[in-house]
Design a protein around this ligand. Structure first.
Ligand code: SF4
Ligand code: SF4
Ligand code: SF4
Ligand code: FES
Length: 956
């Protein structure tokens, strides 16, 4: 096989973090002269010189603590034996790390540790990868004079409650690394050291089992633990890894880098990569632990075909599946015309795979009927940022947040949806940055441990534009705008128009207060704060884009950044928190019906000519169908064939009943996926997909960072996803002959100005690259719009507030808004097939106690939720996190039918659905909704049809 494995070794640990300083200090360690940055500790300086001073409580992901006394050294002119982990280097310092006296003290320290430690190394899961064991060897421990009979902790009970790791206190040396990891790295503060002296021990929350505590299972403590006290259960079951491969998480838009630590073809554990530029060695529960879905028994690994969706599937070979699909799709085009088929690319797949799908549609299908799930999440970001700043992407790197003085979060819930970035943001907030949150719901950051919002603007769903305009109104009215920046960097006429518009009294906080529900004084205070700090940064999410005025709010946010001069340097910017792992990449790769890769409109003849020449076809000059158009055209009988790679539109798209009616009307529905998802139940062809562990390629995260995805195991179905698309193109009569995804990236680079400098060799060398990467920026671009905007001058756009049609009425008096939770991911196809189900095994309806009382609803009751689109039933959770009049749910479980209720209202510019505002009624019920009962019957039928196919394949 073609996988390049690196033998397993523990990542190098320099003992203490790297300081930030340009000044160098020269010292000598054991006679060796070394220059290091000012602020470096002696322990780190020695490690950089290749001299490993024994240590236990220190690790380079945490601030030094100085508790174990193992890292003592002698320093010329200094008294005693200072701890090297807490001593900073000085110019001319002379350090000795090895003397007889030092060795004796270290052996004594180790003796004490070992006298209260079970000596079961041979049967210990971390045998051979344990720092305590290593240190015993390093200090030359040969005997334990204190014996093992005294008081000890050897009988302490194990906590096995967490599904992913164990806590075995009998092995704990109370070094506090776990406690500090939970505080410093994760920012959850779930652990403490309870008691004093000999009695001291690690405790989760109020000395509870981990599962019942505040722990969010990020794994930072497990990673930091130098012993087997905190250990991954997968490691306990499988033993030590043998090799590792660096790859990128396939869940969210943070794009964390991981070491997939392997034994043969099996993943032992996913370890966050310390060199990962997006995550710096941190992770969340999904990337770190929720990878079991990749080998779940539900994986479908054989291609399947059928003529109608009510007949059993037939397992076939790849060639037959391709031939069947091509014949069907070509047949449809002959009968109904070229435009009767199309494709949907996936934000879960790689850039290269996405690029190939849109190429297949444009070159082999001969139309522009390609769209992507960004349609239903961040398409307004693409539109709004392009219109104002000139580029459809966020302006910063994640690390930029560490320079921000005020962070404004609008419609995003980073601790649940972008957890690793949230940890970094919380670190900055603990350092003193101010926090403003615009959200109808009190997200965790509003009042979290050691982090509190200075202002929470709890606006009514659907009023984002009014609040953003009101913030701008205060800034202009009170003369807080960045006059020099605006004059130098922005189009004067457009600014003047916008200024007049914003200063209109109807945009004042006082005028909009009744509509938005946010007290004018709070808006004024928040605006003053944001405009007064040196660096103000805006982070936003789907709570901005998924509205009828999604694109307007994005432009309003860009206006806000420009009017305060917060663009073009570190610590500021407009930062869309992209949901899925490769949603930025899917957009970059030309997944929209109107744009070729690099956001170039299909109507541009020069662009069409360049792609047409490379691809050997003529590209259509008019945009194709968007996803909602595809569904409407299908229901109208004009659209008949669809190829969907790695998306579950039947669960994720709004107005489920309309979507399933559209899918049912197709003559050839082709689904390429890991599982028989909700969409695949309507398919005629199922092409088995490959998980991120089974393929090569790249993902692009929310900060435009292109990171390598590397194959760590062979595809279970034999083909990587890009190979499937390629074979389908060939079967359709359009030749493709790539032998590796790197060749696809080379083609992307040839055709896309922002990618011309990207190639796999450079990605291997740099680890990751933020586009634009070209002659002007060989190593990529962390911060955009530095000297000038991509479009030249920044363009203020007038953003009138237009209330959504989705208003509350007597019939539907509540507003439903939706979101995600930490342990599950989107449609849940992956996370529902892992132990993470233990945290969230059903979607529930959050309702304010006041609204519940009015309806006689109590905690845990079944609640019917009805909108003009449909009805579903969910269990009630009474909480003041939602304001009166607002209800909230998640959409991770198909049977909960959240999208049966959401409507077809959408953003005026991009058709992004208005998921965040649906007028509903809620009432107590005793049985499932009619849709849910039909869903159960259909699911049973489809499961049976699948079972029959698998059984008959076994028999033959
Ligand atoms: S897993 Fe993460 S949240 Fe839980 S205790 Fe460890 S560091 Fe804290
Ligand atoms: S659990 Fe591990 S990291 Fe935490 S105090 Fe004990 S030995 Fe140290
Ligand atoms: S934060 Fe996102 S990218 Fe990072 S591990 Fe979690 S899910 Fe994966
Ligand atoms: S490593 Fe320095 S005191 Fe523990």
């Amino acid at each position: 096989m073609s996988v390049d494995y690196t033998p397993y070794s523990r990542a190098r640990d320099f003992g203490t973090p790297e300081p930030e300083s340009d000044r160098q200090v020269t010292l000598s360690v054991d006679g060796e002269e070394i220059s290091v940055a000012e602020g470096t500790t002696v322990l780190r300086a020695a490690a950089l010189a290749g001299i490993n001073i024994p240590k236990l409580c220190a690790t380079d992901s945490l601030e030094p603590f100085g508790s174990c006394r193992l890292c003592l050294v002698e320093i010329e002119g200094a008294k005693g034996m200072p701890a090297s982990c807490t001593t900073q280097v000085r110019e001319g310092m002379r350090v000795t790390t090895q003397t007889e006296a030092l060795a004796k003290v270290r052996r004594n320290v180790m003796e004490l540790y070992i006298s209260d430690h079970p000596l079961d190394c041979l049967t210990c899961p971390t045998n051979g990868d344990c720092e305590l064991q290593d240190m015993a060897g390093a200090v030359g421990l040969r005997e334990v004079r204190y014996g093992y009979d005294g008081a000890n902790h050897l009988d302490a009970e194990k906590d096995q409650s967490n599904p992913y790791f164990t806590f075995d206190p009998s092995k704990c040396i109370v070094c506090s690394r776990c406690v500090r990891a939970c505080e410093e790295v994760q920012g959850t503060f779930a652990l403490t050291i309870d008691g004093r002296g000999f009695e001291s021990k690690v405790a989760a929350s109020q000395d509870q089992p981990f599962m019942d505590s505040e722990c969010v299972s990020c794994g930072a403590c497990v990673q930091a633990c130098p012993t087997a006290t905190l250990t991954e259960k997968s490691l306990i079951e499988m033993g030590q890894p043998e090799h590792f491969v660096i790859t990128t998480c396939a869940y969210c838009g943070v794009g964390c880098s991981f070491r997939a630590e392997m034994k043969g073809q099996e993943v032992v554990r996913m370890m966050p990569n310390k060199d990962g530029h997006a995550n710096h060695g941190h992770s969340c529960v999904k990337g770190r632990f929720s990878f079991g879905y990749a080998t779940h028994r539900d994986r479908i690994t054989k291609p399947m075909i059928r003529d109608t969706i009510h007949e059993p599937w037939r397992e076939v070979g790849w060639d037959e599946a391709f031939e069947f699909t091509a014949r069907k799709l070509r047949g449809i085009q002959e009968k109904y015309g070229k435009d009767a088929i199309g494709g949907i690319t996936s934000s879960r797949c790689t850039n290269e795979e996405t690029y190939l799908v849109q190429k297949l549609v444009r070159a082999a299908f001969g139309n522009n009927n390609v769209d992507t799930c960004a349609r239903v999440c961040h398409s307004p970001t693409g539109y709004g940022l392009k219109a104002t700043l000139g580029e459809s992407a966020g302006t910063q790197a994640f690390d930029s947040v560490m320079q921000a003085d005020c962070i404004m979060i609008i419609g995003a819930n980073p601790t649940d949806a972008h957890p690793v970035f949230a940890s970094q943001m919380k670190r900055r907030l603990r350092q003193g940055a101010k926090l403003i949150i615009l959200d109808p719901r009190a997200i965790d950051l509003v009042n979290g441990p050691h982090v509190k919002a200075d202002y929470h603007l709890g606006l009514r769903p659907g009023t984002n534009v009014a609040v953003v305009n009101a913030l701008a109104h205060v800034i202009l009215e009170e003369g807080l705008e960045a006059k020099e920046f605006i004059a130098a960097r922005c189009e004067a006429e457009a600014y003047e128009d916008w200024r007049q518009f914003v200063l209109d009294p109807q945009n004042s906080p006082e005028a909009s207060e009744a509509e938005t529900g946010v007290p004018a004084a709070t808006v004024r205070a928040a605006a003053r704060l944001f405009a007064s700090v040196p660096n103000g940064a805006i982070y936003y999410g789907l709570g901005v884009s998924e509205h009828s005025q999604g694109s307007t709010t994005v432009m309003g946010i860009a206006n806000l950044a420009m009017v305060t001069g917060n663009i073009g340097r570190e610590g500021v910017g407009v930062n869309p928190l992209r949901g899925q792992n490769n949603v930025q990449g899917a957009c970059d790769m030309g997944s929209f019906p109107h744009e070729l890769p690099g956001y170039r409109h299909v109507s541009d003849p020069i662009v069409r000519e360049a792609f047409g020449r490379e691809w050997g076809v003529e590209i259509q000059p008019h945009p194709g169908y968007r996803i909602p158009n595809m569904f409407d055209a299908s229901v109208a009988g004009q659209f008949k064939g669809l190829y969907v790679q790695g998306e579950d539109v039947a669960q994720s798209d709004p107005d489920t009943q309309h979507v399933t009616a559209a899918l049912s009307a197709l003559e050839c529905m082709v689904v390429q996926d890991l599982f028989l998802n909700e969409t695949a139940k309507f398919a005629h062809v199922f092409l088995p997909g490959s998980s991120f562990l089974e393929k090569n390629g790249t993902f692009t995260n929310a900060e435009r960072r292109i990171s390598p995805v590397r194959k760590v195991m062979e595809p279970l179905a034999g083909l990587e996803d890009w190979e499937v698309t390629q074979a389908l193109a060939n079967a359709m009569g359009y030749p493709m002959s790539y032998s590796h995804p790197s060749e696809i990236m080379d083609e992307i680079a040839r055709l896309t100005p922002t990618f011309t400098g990207v190639n796999y060799a450079k990605l291997d060398r740099l680890g990751s690259i933020q586009w634009p990467c070209n002659a002007a920026a060989q190593s990529g671009t962390p911060t955009m719009h530095i000297e000038e905007f991509v479009r030249g001058k920044g363009l203020f756009r007038v953003t009138p507030y237009v209330p959504t049609d989705e208003r509350t009425t007597r019939k539907y008096p509540l507003l439903l808004t939706t979101g995600r939770i930490l342990s599950q991911y989107n449609v849940g196809a992956q996370t529902r097939r892992t132990e993470s189900l233990r945290w969230h095994n059903e979607d529930v309806l959050e309702i304010h106690p006041h609204d519940a009382e009015q309806r006689g609803i109590e905690e845990g009751d079944w609640v019917g939720l009805q909108s003009r689109a449909g009805e579903t039933v969910l269990r009630a959770v009474l909480t003041e996190r939602v304001q009166p009049g607002v209800v909230y749910t998640t959409f991770h479980h198909p049977e909960s039918g959240a999208n049966v209720v959401t409507t077809d209202n959408s953003d005026w510019a991009t058709n992004c659905p208005e998921y965040k505002v649906t007028a509903v009624q809620a009432y107590k019920v005793t049985q499932l909704s009619e849709w849910q009962r039909k869903f159960e019957v259909f699911t049973d039928e489809q499961t049976e049809l699948l079972r029959k196919a698998q059984q008959s394949a076994e028999v033959s």
